[in-house]
Design a protein around this ligand. Structure first.
Ligand code: ACM
Length: 500
């Protein structure tokens, strides 16, 4: 039998003996947080809440010493022990156990297994774009729960873009006062208060995720001009950019008016004005102070209206500002073209699995810088690409539609020549929200492809389970768990979904 484990663990052996039968009197003991989480997970999957009593034991322990985030599960008919090397490892072991719950006859069992597991990469991210459409705190928390259960440990929030600014900052209050109300298609905007942001950071931390805030600079800044017009250029009207604007439909961008279309590349901050760097220092400084995680993402993508020389100057100064306040800058891979960026800068590659147009060369520069790369190949892990031509939501520009098989069939060390596991910080699956408005929309676009990204980020490169044929069966087995958790996944016909 193929167990429904995603991401695939490092090792899993079934003893063949009888499994552990879950009952109301099952006793879950040990770490209190992990016990509460496992109880809720079992209830969602089976409808039975283990209440304790005289029944058999599930023991949840933290035993320092193993690799960070690692865990072991030993299960047989008499007991289950999950041992985490740290709290995160125990959390992941609990979620693996939730995936092991199987309907058998009239009850639910955990098969007799021994699992040893640890991550391939230390950074395993998902990204939510809250700028094209604003997503409220509860939606973000719902996605944190979904991602953490698949062993993701970073939530990248794309907080700003041409269509709106989504985070209140005391140092620059006009950003939310004047630049947060708009969104794609003329929909309502919105923003996070500082208390909202803190609540997201705390919620993520309780699920072993860091938050990586992004302010996208120097392009993607039309909304900044609604609040601070003196530091932005007029919308670019080069033939290249005008063609992009036209192909995306909607009205052309106008200085000082909200932009509600879906085009990119037409906005830029003023590169040769010191007021711009005062702005960046305020914004990045305040965001960094609100963010316990080590990273601040400063964008750097699609700055089509900024000359290469100006772009290089800007990225150099801004990566320096981030590094000087003690954070590690992350930029999209384009900033690899800027020779003077701070050497601590991490690059995020969003080109295709087979790189085009020298994107891989820019990405490789970060490795030479010694900082490492996050891989987000857009034609595999951009979760907002349509599943099929007739998908009601989603876009297609990244070689879409993107099948589950394509989302699965790539390896992080196989994308950029010369880049090996040692150069790779991790993998991230972004979800852009031009067509996405709700958690139900997110579920429909992200699932099941998010599981493929989780496996690229967590699982060993090779092994018996690391094939598309194995993956599709394992994912299919998760259908009942996802349904129990209220996740409205896309029931792709590539996957043999289990009935119960
Ligand atoms: C991107 O998709 N422009 C990062």
């Amino acid at each position: 039998m193929t167990l429904a484990l995603v991401p695939a663990p490092v090792s899993c052996s079934e003893s063949g003996g009888p499994g552990f039968r879950l009952q109301e009197d099952t006793r879950i003991v040990g770490d209190v947080d992990a016990a509460a989480r496992l109880t809720a997970l079992i209830a969602a999957r089976t409808g039975v809440t283990p209440c304790g009593g005289e029944g058999l034991l599930i023991d949840l322990r933290i035993q320092p010493g193993g690799a960070p985030e690692s865990y072991r599960i030993v299960a047989d008919a008499a007991s289950i022990v999950i041992t985490g090397a740290d709290a995160a490892g125990l959390f992941y072991g609990v979620h693996t156990l939730g995936q092991l719950v199987t309907a058998e006859g009239g009850h639910y069992v955990i098969p007799a297994v021994r699992i040893e597991d640890e991550p391939r990469f230390g950074y395993r991210g998902v990204m939510l774009d809250v700028a094209r459409h604003f997503l409220p705190v509860e939606t973000v928390m719902g996605y944190i729960d979904r991602a953490a259960a698949l062993k993701f440990n970073a939530l990248h929030l794309h907080l700003t873009d041409d269509q709106g600014w989504r985070i209140h900052l005391d140092s620059r209050p006009k950003l939310t006062e004047l630049a947060s109300a708009s969104a794609v298609g003329g929909d309502a905007g919105g923003f996070f208060s500082k208390a909202d942001y803190r609540a997201i950071v705390d919620y993520a931390a309780s699920r072993h995720m860091i938050v990586v805030p992004e302010v996208d600079l120097p392009g993607h800044t039309h909304a900044v001009g609604l609040a601070y017009p003196d530091i932005v250029e007029a919308p670019v009207s080069s033939p290249e950019v005008l063609a992009i604007v036209e192909s995306h439909g909607g009205a052309a961008p106008t200085a000082g008016e909200p932009y509600t279309g879906m085009a990119v590349g037409f906005s830029s901050l003023r590169i040769h004005d010191e007021a711009t760097y005062d702005f960046v220092a305020d914004v990045v400084g305040e965001l960094a102070a609100m963010t316990p995680g080590p990273y601040v993402h400063i964008g750097g993508d699609e700055a089509l209206g900024t000359s290469p020389e100006d772009f290089a100057l800007f990225m150099q100064r801004v990566t320096q500002i981030v590094a000087d306040i003690g954070k590690t800058p992350i930029t999209w891979h384009e900033a690899g073209a800027a020779p003077g960026i701070d050497p601590s800068t991490v690059g995020q590659y969003w080109g295709f699995v087979v790189p085009l147009y020298g994107m891989d060369e820019n990405a490789r520069r970060f490795v030479r810088n010694d900082a490492g790369l996050i891989l987000s190949p857009a034609d595999a892990v951009y979760l907002d690409m349509k599943h099929a031509d007739d998908s009601p939501l989603g876009l297609t520009w990244a070689n879409g539609p993107t099948s589950v098989e394509r989302a699965y069939s790539w390896d992080p060390a196989g994308v950029i020549e010369g880049v090996t596991d040692e150069d790779i910080l991790g993998v991230e699956a972004p979800l852009w929200t031009e067509t996405i408005r709700t958690l139900a929309d997110i579920d429909l676009m992200a699932f099941p492809r998010i599981a493929a990204a989780a496996e690229a980020a967590w699982s060993p490169a090779e092994g018996e389970l690391r094939s598309w044929e194995s993956f599709r069966v394992r994912v299919g087995g998760l259908g009942p768990l996802w349904s129990g958790l209220g996740i409205g996944f896309h029931a792709s016909d590539e996957i043999p979904w289990a009935a119960r």
